[in-house]
Ligand binder design. Structure first.
Ligand SMILES: [Zn+2]
Length: 184
């Protein structure tokens, strides 16, 4: 990969690498910690190695960099460069554009696969975007995350206490009652 890059592009790569993995993830962790949530980091046994794993909530949180994961970017067919539009937080360089488009597209495909595996195993996936963690937006963003955590926790636990047959049983007597009533 590095062979193709101009010094300018390499600088871009480095700045994005340093921007990611430190600050945005830390903001999420700090918020959760200060609000009493406990978690584990980068659990390798969980698909996609989520940034934050909360077993109690069966939830994996990914803190995604807007550039590498192509936040709100419309990616066309891999060979068609024309179909790509930048978003406010993900501006794909004009130079060597197809290279970047393909790279971001591959990242997105890998993300979707990981999310799917987690879903299939009963895990909730929460994606937090780098741009949602700016000072003006972080509170709103994390309130949303908190709501998702608690909603899912409730779902997990209500399933245990209300078995599926409960709903079936209530329907049968109702139908029988109606028949009796009509006969009278
Ligand atoms: Zn973004």
């Amino acid at each position: 990969m590095t062979d193709h890059l101009t010094p300018e592009q390499r600088h871009l790569v480095m700045s994005h690498i340093h921007g990611k993995g430190t600050k945005p993830e830390l903001k999420v962790r700090q918020w959760l910690w200060h609000h009493g949530y406990r978690y584990r980091l980068n659990v390798k046994s969980v698909p996609g190695k989520p940034d934050i794993v909360m077993r109690k909530y069966h939830t994996a949180i990914f803190v995604n960099g807007c550039f590498w994961h192509g936040h709100q970017v419309e990616l066309g067919v891999r060979s068609e460069e024309g179909g790509v539009t930048n978003s406010t937080c993900c501006k794909i360089p004009e130079t060597n554009r197809e290279f970047w488009v393909n790279k971001i597209k591959r990242n997105q495909e890998r993300d979707q696969k990981n999310y799917q595996v987690l879903h299939d195993n009963g895990w909730q996936v929460i994606v937090v975007w780098e741009c949602e963690l700016k000072p003006k937006r972080i509170e709103e963003t994390m309130n949303r995350v908190e709501l998702q955590l608690n909603d899912y926790f409730l779902k997990l636990h209500s399933h245990k206490h209300i078995p599926f047959t409960y709903h079936q049983e209530t329907e049968v007597p109702l139908a029988a009652e109606e028949i009796n009533y009509n006969r009278n």
